[in-house]
Design a protein around this ligand. Structure first.
Ligand code: BTN
Length: 320
């Protein structure tokens, strides 16, 4: 913990006012240094009340994804224990990719308050308004063949599914990588990978979870198709807390995949998505498939029964 975080922790210990002298004595720094850290905290958006003779009282914590704010909410062993924070990024996936190339350890995660070039699936942009949602990219280094990587996306969707449920909102999983609420998209995952010979070097799991986004922050394009936790629950969420819960769920599913294999993750996804026996339409740029879902295979492909013939589909947009 650096000094700034130590001052913040001391202020949080409260309750009520904490004297500058007490903080200074505890951290073995001068009262002027305490005052400088207090100014720095104010610059970061924290609000403090200062009363002569009493000291400081923390009255407001900004809703920012500062690494120390996420850390307070973490219960994980390695997932999110190394957080890289950006106020503004082009794409958190791009930053995580570069860090992974430089050897960033498994569980490293990149968060940003906004993205100027957020990437969605199929070359679509990902709408990323400032300080509204979670834009998160996690480095994983699974010991698998590149052909087995796809189910990692299910692992991410399952973690998001459980996170949304933790707030008593009822989500639905949509193949291949979406989480919906009330028929509207609340989250998507974009995997990017680096491979060598017959092995995966690393996977970047890019998660965009709409947390506090309001209708007026959405583009025309997504306004009728997207939702957020706040729109569903009609209240504002603390994003660092949502992030902590999500990372804990991600670690749990990833540990399970390491123990029982990604096949087990496919099974869980299939079960929670309740996909078997549902009538689906899958749209690809050149064609449309219609049929009854038989489930997914161990490589994550959708198996569609079209009047007795099973078609294996590896990409596309599903409508129910
Ligand atoms: C989709 O189209 O459903 C996938 C969306 C993935 C968006 C996230 S936001 C964090 C990470 N950084 C990116 O540029 N994209 C992913």
């Amino acid at each position: 913990m650096n000094r700034l975080h130590a001052v913040l922790a001391a202020l949080r210990e409260g309750p009520g006012y904490v004297s500058g002298a007490a903080i200074a004595a505890r951290l073995e720094i001068s009262r002027t240094a305490v005052w400088k850290y207090v100014k720095q905290l104010e610059g970061l958006g924290y609000r403090l009340e200062k009363v002569k003779g009493k000291g400081y009282q923390l009255t407001e914590t900004p809703d920012r994804l500062y690494p120390w704010e996420i850390d307070r909410r973490l219960t994980t062993r390695y997932m999110g224990r190394n957080v890289i924070y950006r106020d503004r990024a082009d794409s958190t996936n791009g930053i995580a990719f570069k860090l992974a190339l430089d050897g960033a350890p498994e569980g490293t995660c990149v968060v940003a308050e906004t993205q100027s070039a957020g990437k969605g699936r199929l070359q679509r942009p990902w709408v990323s308004p400032y300080a509204a949602n979670l834009y998160l990219s996690v480095v994983l280094r699974p010991k698998i063949h590149p052909s087995q990587v796809y189910p990692v996306t299910f692992l991410s969707s399952l973690a998001v599914y459980d996170t949304v449920r933790a707030y008593e909102i009822d989500p639905k999983l949509k193949w291949p990588n979406d989480v919906l609420v009330g028929g509207r998209k609340i989250c998507g995952t974009l995997l990017e990978l680096s491979t060598e010979a017959d092995a995966v070097r690393f996977v970047i799991v890019g998660i965009g979870l709409n947390v506090n986004m309001r209708q007026n922050e959405m583009t025309e394009e997504i306004r009728t198709k997207a939702t957020s936790l706040a729109l569903e629950a009609k209240k504002v969420f603390e994003r660092a807390q949502v992030c902590g819960i999500l990372l804990a769920n991600l670690e749990r599913y990833y540990d399970l995949a390491k123990k029982d294999g990604l096949k087990a993750i496919c099974g869980l996804w299939e079960e929670k998505a309740r996909i078997k026996g549902t009538y689906l339409e899958v749209v690809q740029p050149e064609r449309v498939f219609r049929g009854v879902a038989e489930g997914i295979d161990t490589e994550g492909a959708l198996l569609l029964n079209q009047e007795g013939t099973i078609t294996r589909i590896i990409a596309g947009d599903v409508t129910f």
